[in-house]
Design a protein around this ligand. Sequence first.
Ligand SMILES: C[S@@+](CC[C@H](N)C(=O)[O-])C[C@H]1O[C@@H](n2cnc3c(N)ncnc32)[C@H](O)[C@@H]1O
Ligand code: SF4
Length: 389
Amino acid sequence: MANRIPPTSDPGFGIYVHWPFCLSKCPYCDFNSHVRAEPVDEKRFIAAFKAELAHRAGLTKGRKVRSVFFGGGTPSLMKAESVAAILDAIDGFWAVEPDVEVTLEANPSSVEAGRFRDYRTAGVNRVSIGVQALNDVDLKQLGRLHTAAEARAAVDVAAKTFARYSFDLIYGRQQQSVAAWRSELQTALTWAGEHLSLYQLTVEPDTIFERLNLAGKLVLPNADQSRAFWDATQEIMNAAGLPAYEISNHARAGAESRHNLIYWRYGEYVGVGPGAHGRIMVPKGRRAQATERHPEMWLTVVETDGHALIEDEMLSHEEQGDEFLLMGLRLAEGIEPARFEAVAGRSLDSARISSLIAEGMVEMTPQGRLRVSPEGFPLLDAVVADLAA
Ligand SMILES: C[S@@+](CC[C@H](N)C(=O)[O-])C[C@H]1O[C@@H](n2cnc3c(N)ncnc32)[C@H](O)[C@@H]1O
Ligand code: SF4
């Protein structure tokens, strides 16, 4: 059996490309995604993506690209030739690792699945499909445009087209019982390859679900029920040989998302497109970057200035330490305390670690890594806050 992608002193360099458009807005979603009545001028956007890539290449000379991730929004609405043009530009600006991972997030409509082969020709080698639920009533409640049958068909096309694919499910949905989720997850496993992302539904600010929730119209699990959903998920995924390598991401050893590992291992990445974030190393330390969120505003700013960074700041050691913990403790492999010291300029508080160990929330591995224990994961936010304080 393949080994887990081992922790490394070089967490790598990746490129995130944000396509901000969707056919409709899902009521739970607070991603930077927008619906347009008129067709988007894709050529103009692609020219702007290339301009931003050129700009970021100037800031990250000498890096080797380990992964590219087309996220959204709905990047599967892009033409394959647009995806190819972006990948060609990346190839021209940077050296690319021979086994570079190129992921594209796709919605499971038949039209989009029909583009999978062309995406593969363009250079995509992994898709991540937003299936969300396996029955039509729940898909409707989630505001999704696809049916369960279409999702199944899209996953089948992905399995035939790509060596690596994953899909997302949302659990703890309205009126969902743990028993129903167990059976849904077992079915999902019969569709799955070597990677699944399983997210517990969260009510995000400024979404329709938040308004419904405040009006008492959304019946969601209470804390005990949430815990039961979590436990059932871990039990089923462990038994299936796809344990969580990150709080919501499950994979067979070696099939982890290399792109997301760069974030969680606190590596370097640039983000292009509206509302994309980046973290890059410069001689003085780590810079945090973010672009203009509004798509057409982003376009105009890039066309005028060659990039649309509206945030480009040095992070203090304290901020870097907090981010490092926030990211790294989501991983089952945990963090290396010596790297925390290098990043944060201070050591972790050993008294706090001892008390969290005594409470069973964290553990030290024989290799000297600090990680959250299976009991601690459902309380991850509190554990991170405690360690970061
Ligand atoms: C950027 S979105 C997905 C992209 C694609 N447009 C889609 O909807 O399939 C990434 C994933 O986050 C998850 N997600 C988004 N909002 C969520 C929420 N409020 N609670 C739980 N999961 C959420 C969904 O599973 C979704 O597939
Ligand atoms: S969940 Fe996906 S399809 Fe729905 S609005 Fe968000 S980004 Fe768009």
